[in-house]
Design a protein around this ligand. Structure first.
Ligand code: NAD
Ligand code: UDP
Length: 310
């Protein structure tokens, strides 16, 4: 049995990861400050004696004896990470320093939840791990993008300087049950709007693209990366290469929910990336990983979840 710390464990992705780690017979500590996560996401795990829930902010040092750390603490939706941008930078940077310091001290392996946002508004398409990105350092998304980029720098240097065993995963847009209905991300927004019969809000002309991966595929990728040999640190892209415009996504949601909602167009937020699609050759080669759940299948499962709560 491994002892595993998951920061941001009460969030959307963290709660699925905690569930999977418990299923595999691990002892899990879920740490969260509940900024965007909720106890509700993990309440079904609380009866498990191998699950501990801790209210703590990752920007403050935290000491615990574990074998592995998954560092997920950080708001992920643009609405939430732009609410208090200074705090977002602190969460990424100080959170990374605290978790790397802990990993160094207790000789744990530590995985950083990085993001496709490190590529910014990419000029290379699809994005490979060797692409350095195209990020505006003073734009509205910078608190998140640059915070995550700095966290990657810290990870790589703790590895080189202090031999800390690190893993960096670059996560592309992920969706599924337990996304917060007011989270502001496109999949949850469209589904909630469709189920309520409200207008479906497309920002800009809707021709910008994203690649959406279902949460179960991501969790599988995270576990495989953590279990990979120590000399493989990443960064590695984990995402579904299927690429869709926001108009196509809206059409799918309208069709699958059978809603009477109509699309409306609203202004495109500043620095909104035009396109995004992962090159997953590295994940295929090293982790023998590729996504299994199609967008239609994942949307059906996600719509089912939102029907139960909206
Ligand atoms: P989420 O907002 O649901 O989860 C983030 C969790 O971190 C929440 O439970 C929140 O309360 C917690 N948190 C935030 N600040 C904290 C702090 N200072 N101290 C302790 N806990 C804190 O978002 P998510 O989609 O589950 O994202 C999880 C991680 O994955 C994030 O690091 C995010 O950047 C990364 N990621 C997610 C996606 C995606 O599409 N979902 C894509 C790329 C990267
Ligand atoms: N978007 C949209 N309508 C919404 C929410 C988002 O058209 O109600 C667009 C947004 O402008 C972006 C894409 O959907 O182009 C994905 O947005 P999200 O916030 O989910 O993720 P990110 O931009 O971080 O990839």
């Amino acid at each position: 049995m491994k002892r595993v710390l998951v920061t941001g464990g009460a969030g959307f992705l963290g709660s699925h990861l905690c569930e999977r780690l418990l299923k595999e017979g691990n002892d899990v500590i879920c740490m969260d400050n509940y900024f965007t996560g909720q106890k509700k996401n993990v309440v079904h795990l609380i009866h498990n004696p191998y699950f501990e829930l801790v209210r703590h902010d990752v920007t403050s040092p935290y000491f615990v004896e574990v074998d592995e750390i998954f560092n997920l603490a950080c708001p992920a939706s643009p609405v939430h990470y732009q609410y208090n941008p200074i705090k977002t930078v602190k969460t990424s940077v100080m959170g990374a320093i605290n978790m790397l310091g802990l990993a160094k001290r207790i000789k744990a392996k530590v995985l950083q939840a990085s993001t496709s946002e490190v590529y910014g508004d990419p000029e290379e398409h699809p994005q490979t791990e060797s692409y350095w990105g195209h990020v505006n350092p003073i734009g509205p998304r910078a608190c998140y993008d640059e915070g995550k980029r700095c966290a990657e720098t810290l990870f790589v240097n703790y590895h080189k300087q202090n031999n800390v065993r690190i893993k960096i995963i670059r996560i592309f847009n992920t969706y599924g049950p337990r996304m917060h209905p007011n989270d502001g991300r496109v999949v949850s927004n469209f589904i909630v709007q469709a189920l309520r019969g409200e207008d479906i809000t497309i920002y800009g002309n809707g021709l910008q693209t994203r690649s959406f991966q279902y949460v179960d595929d991501l969790v599988e990728g995270m576990i495989r990366l953590m279990n990979s040999p120590d000399d493989f640190t990443g960064p590695v892209n984990i995402g579904n290469p299927g690429e869709f415009t926001m108009l196509e996504l809206a059409e799918k949601v309208i069709h699958l929910t059978n809603t009477k909602s109509k699309v409306v167009f609203q202004p495109l937020p500043a620095d909104d990336p035009m396109q995004r699609k992962p090159d997953i050759s590295l994940a295929k080669k090293v982790l023998n990983w590729e996504p299994k759940v199609s967008l239609d299948e994942g949307l059906v499962r996600t719509i089912e979840y939102f029907r139960s709560i909206v």
